[in-house]
Ligand binder design. Structure first.
Ligand SMILES: Cc1ncc(COP(=O)(O)OP(=O)(O)O)c(N)n1
Ligand SMILES: Cc1ncsc1CCOP(=O)(O)O
Ligand SMILES: [Mg+2]
Length: 198
């Protein structure tokens, strides 16, 4: 299965309701710090919405809820990997995306046969505090050489203007949050992303 080249990340089901009808084909639900019951409901709703729009849903962090809801994909970071039951994730047939920031993390990710590898932050991000300021495009090229045929996601400070550079450097997929969510017209921005990447 080939994943779409545009990979927006949203923190609510409402964002999915707004953007899936615009023909977003790959999307991540990334919700932090909510009660379990609320998360469960959000994952279930997101899964139903993505099914009905023929979109691939990736659930960030909450792999147990993703298994319960019959989802197809989870995204885990390095801290998530410390506690996740990878055998259970694989037994449930879920595909796995993994965040990486340095060589040790990439080695660990590759040892787990991920279905995509994410590298970030390619550019400085305002979404969250990170230990890395900017990986740069040379690092994207290096990562693509190291991951081979595994899809490579470029994330962090990405916008439509920067996407062509990331693709040219070797990324297969570009992921973005605030370029869309903080835009004055998020729907128009999503349409522009799709036009630029499809
Ligand atoms: C596509 C993609 N890449 C990286 C991340 C970050 O995951 P993680 O390191 O676990 O950090 P949180 O997003 O959980 O704060 C991601 N979510 N998606
Ligand atoms: C979750 C995450 N992981 C690496 S960078 C990042 C944030 C991406 O957000 P933005 O696209 O707004 O920089
Ligand atoms: Mg995480």
């Amino acid at each position: 299965m080939t994943l779409d080249r545009f990979y927006p990340i949203f923190d609510s089901v409402e964002w999915l309701q707004r953007t899936l009808p615009l023909s977003v084909r790959l999307v991540q639900l990334r919700i932090k710090d909510r009660p379990e019951s609320e998360l469960r409901q959000a994952v279930e709703q997101a899964q139903a919405l993505c099914r009905s729009h023929n979109s691939v849903l990736v659930v960030n962090d909450h792999w147990r809820l993703a298994i319960e809801a019959g989802c197809d994909w989870v995204h885990l970071g390095q801290e998530d990997l410390d506690t996740a039951d990878l055998a259970a994730i694989r037994r449930a047939g879920l595909r796995l995306g993994i965040s990486t920031h340095d060589h040790a993390e990439l080695d660990r990710a590759l040892s787990l046969a991920p279905d995509y590898v994410a590298l970030g932050p390619v550019y400085p991000t305002i979404l969250k505090k990170m230990r890395w300021e900017r990986q740069g495009l040379e690092r994207v090229t290096e990562w693509k050489r190291l991951v081979g045929n595994i899809p490579l996601v470029a994330i962090g400070g990405m916008n439509i203007e920067r996407a062509p550079g990331a693709f040219a450097a070797g990324a297969n997929i570009v992921s973005a949050v605030t370029d869309i969510t903080l835009h004055a017209d998020p729907e128009a921005r999503v349409r522009a992303w799709i036009e630029a990447t499809r």
